[in-house]
Ligand binder design. Structure first.
Ligand code: SAM
Length: 260
């Protein structure tokens, strides 16, 4: 189908070397790729005919993937055109950063953007630590990430889905927050930003009500360098700036699990 989403049955079957080849610590293997799970579903862009990016669709799933020297630790959920990823890459040069995006053409754009940056900076090895993956983050996060793997999740200007009957499509909800909690390490932080006050209040309400998260204090928010980047470097943040709109920021820390 044109709306195929490819994802590994288990995080151990994800071949991250496709996205971060410079971090592979073993040679490419002679391997029959594992059968990827596939989900045929409507793209968010109704009626748009899209296929998976050629470079990724077949090869990200393997029974015997190459090993990397480090794991992905930072995820940008609904990364759009990749402004945040590209800005974060030099700020966290030793951290693997991943953008997740559902639209095929937008994912392809970000993939090309990263390729071009790597080529332009081939002498310094910059941008080797950033990658993008086509995924529906509402469905398959635990297929990609182990429990406690991520230290930062960014949710920047998510689609607001204004109407009450569309609220179930919001990417912050009680159920999805449990998935974010699962893939996050205790002490890790979820970063949210939106220009829609109602959505901001919705995100604050759903994260503070969740037993695995607490809101980060204003003081800490102000001192966190990632907050400034999120405000100014995302494509949506720039658009809101041009239109002189408001930007509502809230951060939530993953709490340790209670002892049983
Ligand atoms: N974060 C970017 C920024 O701030 O510029 C893009 C914001 S844009 C309003 C929301 C993005 O989330 C779109 O690119 C959309 O395709 C993507 N998106 C929506 N639902 C998604 C999902 N379930 N999984 C992955 N991406 C999704």
């Amino acid at each position: 189908s044109d709306h195929r989403l490819v994802y590994p049955p288990h995080p151990d079957m994800m071949d991250w070397s496709v996205l971060y080849p410079d971090y592979a610590v073993d040679e490419p293997k002679e391997d029959t790729p594992a059968p990827a799970q596939e989900s045929s579903e409507q793209s968010v862009q109704e009626g748009q005919q899209e296929t998976s990016p050629e470079s990724q669709s077949q090869s990200i799933v393997s029974l015997n993937p190459r090993k990397l020297s480090k794991q992905v630790e930072v995820a940008d959920i609904g990364c759009g055109f990749g402004g945040l990823l590209v800005a974060l890459a030099p700020l966290m040069p030793d951290t693997l950063i991943l953008g997740l995006e559902i639209r095929v053409s937008v994912t392809q754009f970000v993939e090309d953007r990263i390729k071009a940056l790597r080529l332009k900076h081939k002498d310094t090895q910059a941008y080797r630590n950033v990658g993008v993956l086509r995924a529906n983050t509402m469905k398959f996060l635990p297929n990609f990430f182990h429990k406690g793997q991520l230290t930062k999740i960014f949710i920047c200007f998510p689609d607001p889905h204004f109407k009450a009957r569309k609220h179930k499509q919001r990417i912050v909800s009680t159920t999805l927050n449990s998935e974010y909690a699962y893939v996050m390490r205790p002490g890790g932080v979820v970063y949210t930003i939106t220009d829609v006050l109602d959505l901001h209040e919705w995100m604050v309400q759903h994260f503070t009500a969740h037993p695995s998260f607490e809101r980060v204090s204003e003081e800490e928010v102000e001192n966190d360098p990632c907050v400034g980047v999120m405000k100014t470097e995302t494509e949506e943040g720039k658009k809101v700036e041009r239109n002189k709109g408001n930007k509502y920021v809230a951060l939530f820390r993953r709490l340790p699990d209670p002892e049983w």
